[in-house]
Design a protein around this ligand. Structure first.
Ligand code: NAD
Length: 453
């Protein structure tokens, strides 16, 4: 039996490894159109900032390591077409420009996502980049060393924009972030985004919100300025476009594989598409929001790995399930950690809940302990039954702990009253005597009592 995997970054390489463990006899082939595979996209901003010295260390497994497990890897090969009825692929060798027809018994699509590129004048100028693929990383590294830019404009103040703002400052590149929404991090509630905003401004990054990109100006083929919707002209010898990504679904769509309501490939809990023997995993497919029960597209590295495992196991004859997501995420900009899980207050309201929330600012360690620092936690619950719906946290330590505790509480469908009585680890170097989670849950529980009775 032959399993073919299209795409070999996070979900694809995980699916191959899991399929091999599940079935040692299976023939496994990966087609990857890039020159590299199995690399960490999430680590790229840290390579740019010099935290990770060698970009090659982002590569988890080389093609020859796959070969040791009997997994054949074809890099620089693009699947052009899927005949889902005859179970045939048309594969193009990008080096020789030749095409071949290859049959499969099982297929996993892990075609990922692509950066959104706005259709504006000047977008093709030199010095205008995205950071998504390994070749983007290499291109940006070359540009940084050969051109030594002094002034960057990053379009979009989301995760990549804020991570790169830190990296660029380390390289002494003056940076402006241009964000179209009225606040940075539009998926976060306004009061949390405001804390991040102020911190980033204090770090001497210029932040413009409520203003989008309209045009790029160039001189001799190189970008020299960004023009914004309100008519600002921002000088720039480097422009990073980080306005989000879209699922890469063209191949699936052209082959008649159904997309879901989010626009990503529709899959069930076994990661099966609507075509027999064809699975999908990672950023190209949608999943289920475990709070609302509705389809959601959540393109994150850890989710891609989890889904890849399930697709690989099932394609090799197993029976694994992926239950959906809570949207748990974390990133850092400079020293500030920012995380979230579940629904924001705004999202909860938009989804038809009647949410109530509470913001606490405590410390990450005992207040008197050296280097104890401020930690702000927002907890959101359903006003009617106290069930926790989500949380967001900002601070200089312990944000991952707050978010992971609450993500686990979401998994257990816990209420604030449950969480108020959690038995959590304490010692002064690790936590205040009462964890901010317990303080927030208790205060929110009281607020619910006051508001509802
Ligand atoms: P993003 O969705 O995080 O942020 C995009 C930002 O661009 C948003 O704030 C949006 O409002 C803004 N925007 C959209 N159109 C604009 C315009 N025309 N002008 C100015 N601003 C505009 O996307 P990203 O930062 O590009 O990251 C890509 C993907 O990678 C995301 O899905 C993200 O979740 C993922 N990622 C995750 C992590 C992490 O989890 N730590 C880190 C990096 C990237």
């Amino acid at each position: 039996m032959r399993l073919i995997i299209i795409g070999g970054v996070a979900a694809g390489s995980k699916a191959a490894a899991k399929a091999r463990r599940q079935n040692p006899q299976l023939e496994i082939i990966i087609y990857q159109d890039e020159a590299e595979l199995s690399y960490s996209t999430c680590g790229m901003p840290y390579v740019i900032g010099g935290v990770i010295e060698n970009s090659r260390s982002l590569i988890v497994r080389q093609a020859d390591e796959f070969a040791k497990d009997g997994i054949q890897v074809f890099t620089r090969h693009r699947v052009m077409q899927i005949d889902k009825i005859r179970k045939q692929l048309t594969v193009k060798n990008l080096q020789t420009d030749t095409e071949a027809s290859v049959s499969f018994d099982r297929l996993i699509l892990t075609t990922g996502a692509k950066p959104i590129i706005p259709n504006v004048i000047g977008i093709d100028l030199q010095g205008v980049v995205t950071l998504r693929n390994y070749s983007d990383l290499q291109g940006l590294q070359t540009l940084l060393s050969s051109q030594q830019p002094k002034q960057a404009v990053i379009i979009g103040a989301g995760y990549i924009g804020l991570e790169l703002a830190e990296a660029f400052q380390k390289l002494a590149i003056k940076t402006t972030l241009l964000e179209k929404s009225p606040q940075i991090l539009p998926k976060f509630d306004a009061e949390i985004a405001a804390l991040v905003h102020q911190y980033v401004v204090d770090k001497h990054v210029e932040l413009i919100v409520g203003d989008g990109l309209v045009k790029l100006h160039g001189e001799q083929g190189r970008v020299c300025a960004v023009e914004s919707e309100t008519g600002k002209r921002l000088a720039a010898d480097l422009v990073v476009v980080a306005i989000g990504i879209r699922p890469n679904t063209a191949l699936a769509q052209d082959s008649g594989i159904a997309l879901g309501t989010t626009g990503a490939i529709a899959v069930n809990a076994k990661m099966e598409t609507d075509a027999e023997g064809i699975f999908a995993a990672g950023d190209c497919c949608e999943t289920v929001d475990r709070i609302t029960g509705k389809p959601i597209w959540m393109p994150l590295g850890d989710i891609a790995n989890l889904q890849g495992r399930v697709a690989g196991e099932n394609a090799a004859g197993g029976d694994a399930h992926f239950s959906g997501v809570f949207g748990t995420a974390i990133f850092k900009t400079f020293a500030l950690q920012v995380g979230c899980t579940g629904l924001s207050e705004k999202a909860a309201r938009d989804c038809g809940f009647d949410p109530i929330s509470l913001l606490v600012t405590k410390t990450d360690k005992a207040r008197y302990y050296p280097n104890s620092q401020s930690l702000t936690l927002k907890m959101i619950a359903d006003k009617h039954n106290g069930r926790i719906l989500g949380a967001q946290a900002v601070g200089f330590g312990g944000v991952d702990k707050m978010i992971d505790i609450i993500a686990t509480a979401l998994l257990g469908k816990l209420s604030c009253a449950d969480l108020e009585n959690a038995d959590l680890a304490y010692s002064p170097p690790f936590s205040p005597v009462l964890s901010p989670v317990i303080v927030a849950a208790g205060a929110l529980n009281k607020k619910i009592d006051t508001v509802c009775f």
